[in-house]
Structures are given as structure tokens and as C-alpha cells.
Design a protein around this ligand. Structure first.
Ligand SMILES: Cc1cc2nc3c(=O)[nH]c(=O)nc-3n(C[C@H](O)[C@H](O)[C@H](O)COP(=O)(O)OP(=O)(O)OC[C@H]3O[C@@H](n4cnc5c(N)ncnc54)[C@H](O)[C@@H]3O)c2cc1C
Length: 420
């Protein structure tokens, strides 16, 4: 039974399993593998609670931040991976504790609209989109999903709407995505809260530090998500019990255990787990910029999802509309294009042609800014993790949650085990 305080602190994240070896709390030296957001947050949260524990954060590459990176060219700014956060008190607590409150803003309330292109036509997404499925059909599939292990396509039986949702979050089509993983509060995966959802939500919203976010809003950082990574790096470098080791070439818990003279139970694996054979999809990320005048017919909004496999672009994000901090030079607009490799001929011209058709001609900027792999969370993924014992602890987006609110909250959850 999970207590009410934990529900208030972590909300529906509590439904997700924490893959932890409880002997970790007996360690006086902890090695965290992977310096992406989850490794950095976990190091920060444990180190601030327990200055008596030595923490070594090992990273395979020559930089920290993992998939998070912000591209900058003159006054154009765009995140390659995550660009904004959904509401969750754990993220607000992190911003507060890092002293980033002056750089953290709610997204532009006028840029909330989302659209979906179905059969060449653009539709505004709203709760009414779900009614297209048919309320009775939707109700019965939601009820059925409580048994666990279903795909998102089975739970939301309208392929195009379901695909739009899953492509926008995990770059995969809905029949390949675990509904328990993506929408656990809807499938009612894991434990249920001890009081009504509306009462719990009201208690959660009172727990936000800094400011109470509006329902459905997003928030982002001046200068992009790299601002968060730099702040974490700065904090960690000032904590005497933390050491970051870059270019570390170990790929198994056994070798980490030998190299650092610790039992495997003292390892927190925040990278692709060497034991699970999780697959990845791949996508490229492009930016396209226009003078505001030349795209004045494009409504202010969050973005457009494109489940249509015949087009190389699966999503367009209105970067300069959404963020309060500047993402483009004055009088210009910036859009980010998501291009899954399984529907692209790998020619940049095809992306440009498609973007010009969807947005407009004569861009003043067009560039590929990065390429990323996204874990696949196949139906049954979350139930396969729960309950599970492990020789070492394993966190991060290759385990039980895809979003940054998940990895930030999970770091808090594991650090709570260290409270003396
Ligand atoms: C294109 C894209 C868009 C996204 N959009 C959103 C969004 O809108 N909202 C949202 O909430 N989330 C979004 N995300 C997800 C978000 O970015 C991730 O949840 C988060 O950044 C994952 O952090 P992580 O530390 O778990 O993993 P990673 O960032 O993958 O970090 C893992 C680290 O481990 C290192 N590593 C790997 N193997 C080893 C080894 N053997 N030894 C040592 N180090 C190793 C890697 O080099 C890497 O630095 C997006 C992601 C992508 C790619």
C-alpha cells in the first residue's frame, strides 16, 4: 500500500515500478552509469541527501546530457530532443533546488492548439477527437485494458488518432506501443490512489513550488534544455562527494563492480540496460525557419502530428510560438521537424519539399540538427518489469518511463530510499 504523501509527491509515477536493489542503501560508494538527465539527477538527489556517500558518475561519451542537446546558430535556438516539460511537481522541485526559477517559464498560452493531418486534411485535436472513436467502443476498450498488456491501438481503437499520439511521444505506431507504459493512469496499471482522483489532483497542485502551472500547459527554460544540464553539472561539480568520469569504456555491471571495488548492488544503471534487449527506432531532427510574414497563414500553436506514412515528416513543432524565451530572430518563426527513418528515403531534399508543402516556400533556414534513437516499449513492456528483483538498480527512459518528468521523479524516488 502506497501512502498518501507518496501519491501527492509523485502522482501517477507511483504506478511505475522502481527497479531497485534495496541493498543500495547499505553502500558507502555508489557508481551511477550514464550521465544523461536520469544519471545526473540521481547523482544530485542522492548526493544532497547523503554527503557521507561517495558517488561516481561514469559516462561512455565525452559529454554529459545524453540525448538532451540544444542547437544554436546566431539567434536561432532549438532542442534536438526534449524541448519542454509537462506539469509535474518533481520537475518544479528540481528547478527550484537548482536555482533556475528565473529561467523557467510557462509556455505561451496562445500556442496550445495541436493539429493532426489525416487523409491530407488538417484537424484540430481536442477531447472531441476521441469521440470519433465512438464513446461506447472507447469505454469498452478502456475497461478491457485494465487486464494489462494491451497496445495503445487496442485501447484507442482509431488507428490514426492512436498513431498520432504514439508517434508524437515515442516515434512508433500504436500497435507497437504498450498502453500500460504510455497511459498507466488510464489503464490503471499498478497501485491505485487511496482517495478520489480529483481530491488527489487538488493536493498535488498545492504542492508545486515556484508557481502552480495551468492545466495542460508546458514549461521550458531560457536557452533550451541544455540550461538544465549545465545547472546540474555546476551543482555536481560543487559537491565534494561527487566525481564525474567521462569516456568510460565499461559496458557491464560486472566490470563496473571490479573496476570500482563495489558489489553490483551499489550500481545504479542509468543507460541502456545491458540485460534487457530493448530495441530502438531512429529519427532525424530538422529545423526550418521563415520570416513571420511568409508563414502568416500558419496559425499560432504547439504543432501538428502526421500519422500518414507516405510523408517523411511525422511531426512539426512550432518552436518559436511555444516558448516564451526567444528561439528565432525578431520577425521570424522557427519550426522543428521530426523525421522517422522508417518513412524517409534519407534525402534531405525530400524533407525540405514536404516541409515547404506543409508550411510554405522560401525558408531562410533549413538544417538537420541531430539524429536520435528512441527506445521501443512493446505491448506488455511495463508488466514484464513488475515485480522484478535485480542485482543492481536500473533507471532512466530505457526502463519504465519515457518522459523527463518520469526520469526526474524516479531520481527522487530512489533517493528517498537513502533517507536516514
Ligand atoms: C527527439 C526526442 C524528443 C523528446 N521529446 C520529449 C518531450 O517532449 N518530453 C519529454 O518529457 N521527453 C522527451 N524526450 C525524452 C527525454 O529526452 C528522455 O526521457 C531523457 O532525456 C532520458 O534521459 P536518460 O538519462 O534516461 O537517457 P539518455 O539521455 O539516453 O542518457 C543515457 C546516457 O548513458 C550513456 N551511456 C550509455 N551506455 C553507457 C555505458 N555502457 N557506460 C556509461 N555510459 C553509458 C549515454 O552516452 C548517455 O549519456 C525526447 C527524446 C528524444 C530523443
Amino acid at each position: 500500500m502506497v501512502d498518501l504523501n507518496s501519491w501527492i509527491k509523485h502522482g501517477d509515477e507511483i504506478r511505475r515500478p522502481l527497479i531497485v536493489n534495496h541493498d543500495i542503501t547499505k553502500s558507502n560508494k555508489v557508481v551511477i552509469v550514464g550521465a544523461g538527465l536520469s544519471g545526473l539527477c540521481t547523482a544530485f538527489r542522492i548526493a544532497e541527501k547523503r554527503p557521507d556517500i561517495e558517488i561516481i558518475l561514469v559516462e561512455k561519451s565525452n559529454r554529459i546530457g545524453g540525448v538532451i542537446e540544444t542547437w544554436k546558430q546566431n539567434e536561432w535556438i532549438c532542442d534536438v530532443a526534449v524541448n519542454a516539460t509537462r506539469n509535474h511537481p518533481a520537475f518544479w522541485r528540481l528547478i527550484d533546488d537548482l536555482g533556475l526559477e528565473n529561467k523557467f517559464n510557462s509556455s505561451n498560452p496562445k500556442a496550445k492548439s495541436r493539429w493532426v493531418i489525416i487523409n491530407g486534411k488538417k484537424h484540430k485535436l481536442s477531447v472531441f477527437s476521441l469521440l470519433k472513436i465512438g464513446p461506447i467502443k472507447l469505454f469498452s476498450s478502456l475497461k478491457k485494458s485494465r487486464a494489462g498488456g494491451f497496445s495503445v491501438a487496442e485501447v484507442l481503437p482509431n488507428k490514426q488518432i492512436a498513431d498520432a499520439l504514439t508517434l508524437g511521444i515515442v516515434n512508433d505506431t500504436s500497435e507497437n506501443v504498450d498502453a500500460d507504459f504510455l497511459i498507466p493512469s488510464i489503464t490503471k496499471f499498478g497501485p491505485n490512489p487511496p482517495l478520489k482522483k480529483s481530491k488527489l489532483n487538488s493536493l498535488i497542485s498545492k504542492s508545486y513550488p515556484l508557481f502552480k502551472p495551468k492545466k495542460g500547459s508546458l514549461a521550458s527554460l531560457d536557452g533550451g534544455m541544455e540550461t538544465l544540464i549545465f545547472a546540474l553539472e555546476n551543482k555536481l561539480s560543487n559537491l565534494p562527494n561527487v566525481r564525474i568520469v567521462l569516456n568510460c569504456n565499461t559496458d557491464s555491471p560486472e566490470s563496473i563492480s571490479q573496476d570500482y571495488g563495489i558489489p553490483e548492488s551499489s550500481i545504479i544503471w542509468c543507460a541502456k540496460n545491458p540485460e534487457n534487449n530493448i530495441e530502438f527506432t531512429e529519427l532525424s531532427v530538422f529545423v526550418i525557419g521563415f520570416s513571420a510574414k511568409s508563414v502568416q497563414n500558419i496559425k499560432l500553436g504547439y504543432g501538428t502530428l502526421i500519422p500518414d506514412k507516405s510523408l517523411p515528416i511525422s511531426g512539426i513543432l512550432h518552436e518559436s510560438d511555444v516558448h516564451v524565451s526567444k528561439r528565432s530572430p525578431e520577425g521570424h518563426r522557427l519550426f522543428r521537424l521530426m523525421v522517422p527513418h522508417n518513412r524517409w528515403d534519407m534525402r534531405e531534399d525530400s524533407v525540405l519539399e514536404c516541409a515547404e508543402k506543409l508550411l510554405g516556400d522560401n525558408p531562410v533556414l533549413f538544417s538537420k540538427i541531430g539524429q536520435r534513437k528512441i527506445p521501443r516499449y512493446k505491448p506488455g513492456h511495463l508488466s514484464s518489469l513488475y515485480p522484478k528483483s535485480s542485482n543492481y538498480s536500473a533507471l532512466g527512459w530505457t526502463v519504465s518511463g519515457v518522459s523527463i518528468t518520469h526520469v526526474v521523479d524516479e531520481s527522487e524516488r530512489i533517493s528517498e530510499l537513502f533517507e536516514t
